[in-house]
Each structure stands twice: as structure tokens, then as C-alpha cells.
Ligand binder design. Structure first.
Ligand SMILES: O=c1ccn([C@H]2C[C@H](O)[C@@H](CO)O2)c(=O)[nH]1
Length: 125
């Protein structure tokens, strides 16, 4: 699966985002090293702090089904590219500090970075 395909999966997932408070919908597609894709969306809550981001939704789905080796994540949002919030950077670095992060306004203008660049000094126990 190439970066465009993964981004398309993230974008397609966005339709299920639940974002009545921000109206900012996000879709994520997390690729495992074995080639499986887990998608996720942001799920907001009237108690705003209870909101979960698309990236963590995808990660929690994957880990719950026994997948913890991740190669890449693609992120799409209703405003185009989304750089991934700090909580999600830390959350994903638990499993894949060298994760590739793909985002952009459309599939022909994708930006690929690494989580090590986005979060150079992750917290570990
Ligand atoms: O990386 C991010 C940043 C924000 N959001 C969601 C959370 C909330 O529903 C909305 C506005 O912050 O966007 C994500 O899903 N991923």
C-alpha cells in the first residue's frame, strides 16, 4: 500500500467522524507492518475533554485486535492536512517511535514526516 492509498483510506473514513462541536472532521488510517489498515475518526463529546482524536481511535482499534507494529499513519481532515496533536504524537510513539506520518491537502500534495521529527524526545518509562 502506498502513501496515496493510505491517505485515501483516511479520507474515506472521515465520513464517520462525530464532530458536532468543532465541525472539524478527521480521519486516520494506520498501516501495520504486516499490511493491515485500521481506520479511525474523531469522536467528540459534550464534555469536551472526553473527545478522542482520529489517530488514537485508529491506534486503539489496532491494539485491541492484537496489532502493535505500525509502519505509517495517514491523516485527512475537513480542512485538508492535519499535523497531529501532541497527545496523539505521544500515544503513537509508545508503539512506533519511527512511524511515518502522511498528511496533506490532497493526495497529490502529501507531506511525509517521521514521528521522531514531530516528537524528538518522547516520554518513556
Ligand atoms: O490531530 C488531531 C487534532 C484534532 N483532532 C480532533 C479532535 C477534535 O474532535 C477536533 C478539534 O480539535 O479535531 C483529531 O482528530 N486529530
Amino acid at each position: 500500500m502506498d502513501k496515496k492509498e493510505l491517505y485515501r483510506e483516511a479520507k474515506a473514513a472521515m465520513v464517520n467522524a462525530y464532530a458536532p462541536y468543532s465541525n472539524f472532521t478527521v480521519g486516520a488510517a494506520l498501516l501495520t507492518k504486516s499490511g493491515r489498515v485500521f481506520t479511525g475518526v474523531n469522536v467528540e463529546n459534550a464534555s469536551f475533554g472526553a473527545t478522542i482524536c482520529a489517530e488514537r481511535t485508529a491506534c486503539v482499534k489496532a491494539v485491541s485486535e492484537g496489532h502493535k507494529d505500525f509502519a505509517a499513519i495517514a491523516i485527512a481532515s475537513s480542512r485538508g492536512g492535519a499535523p497531529m496533536c501532541g497527545i496523539c504524537r505521544q500515544f503513537l510513539s509508545e508503539f512506533a517511535p519511527d512511524l511515518k506520518v502522511i498528511t496533506g491537502d490532497d493526495e497529490d500534495h502529501l507531506i511525509v514526516t517521521e514521528l521522531t521529527e514531530l516528537l524528538p524526545d518522547n516520554f518513556r518509562l
